[in-house]
Design a protein around this ligand. Structure first.
Ligand code: ADP
Ligand code: MG
Length: 244
């Protein structure tokens, strides 16, 4: 049996007295898009950042494609896993082309520029954008560039932390459509943090509802809609205006 892309087993994490994650277990199958949803402070970002070891967890185990992340070099791990933070994280003093080519360049790929160009095409960025500075792009274009950077090195697993949360509704919808197309053409595995249930239902193969560091429900979107496991999940659906 092939290992899932990510296996999170009984992971806990505290920041001082704050218990951010309590005994959390989630499998992310290869090719899946798992959405982590829940109120602010529920532990979504902490869980996402445990996967690439930007957060050091206290207990439990995480494997990525079958390898225990604690046995991987953290720098190599972070290079192998795409990561898109909410603000995109583009380096402001580097042109778009260089930002996108960062990982293949660090990997010493002789075709780093060509990889960056392919990634730009895959996210729907005009080639002319390559010579711009990040601040010369719109918010939507910046997030496209951030996604391009996260896949340009051939990463097959990408972690996205509320990547479209700051965009207006039209740009957000366009970026969601782009992510759906990107998944279809490049067989990516995604872990997507979002507070937008509608976005989760549109993009995800499975939705994980988090509450105060624990998992409230983990199910396919249709099941969350039709059979919310707890009054909390039902209330979340009602508040988002999603018909159950
Ligand atoms: P979410 O992404 O769902 O908003 P977070 O994972 O950011 O949740 O936060 C979970 C909890 O951990 C919150 O109570 C938050 O205040 C706390 N927390 C997160 N990061 C830190 C940190 N670096 N230091 C102290 N507390 C933190
Ligand atoms: Mg967060």
């Amino acid at each position: 049996m092939t290992a899932p892309a990510v296996r999170i087993e009984r992971v806990s994490k505290s920041y001082g007295d704050v218990r951010a994650l309590i005994d959390v277990s989630v499998d992310v199958p290869r090719g899946a898009c798992v959405a982590l949803v829940g109120e602010s402070g529920s532990g979504k970002t902490t869980l996402l950042r445990c996967i690439n070891r930007l957060v050091a967890f206290d207990a439990g185990q995480i494997t990525v494609f079958g390898t225990n992340v604690l046995e991987s070099d953290p720098v190599a791990l972070r290079r192998a896993i795409g990561y898109v933070p909410q603000d995109g994280g583009l380096l402001p003093h580097w042109r778009v082309r260089r930002n996108i080519a960062l990982v293949p360049w660090l990997d010493g790929a002789p075709d780093a520029a060509a990889r960056a160009a392919r990634a730009m095409a895959a996210v729907g960025l005009e080639p002319g954008m390559a010579e711009r500075w990040p601040h010369e792009l719109s918010g939507g274009q910046q997030q496209r560039a951030a996604v391009a950077r996260a896949v340009a090195g051939g990463q097959s697993l990408v972690l996205l932390d509320e990547p479209f949360g700051a965009l207006d509704a039209i740009a957000r919808s366009d970026l969601q459509a782009m992510m759906i197309a990107l998944r279809e053409q490049s067989s990516l595995t995604l872990v997507l943090v979002t507070h937008d249930l509608t976005e989760a239902f549109r993009l995800a193969t499975a939705v994980v509802v988090m509450r105060a560091g624990r998992i409230e429900q983990h199910a396919p979107p249709a099941d969350i809609r039709s059979a919310p496991a707890t009054p909390y999940v039902a209330a979340l659906l009602a508040r988002a205006g999603v018909e159950s």
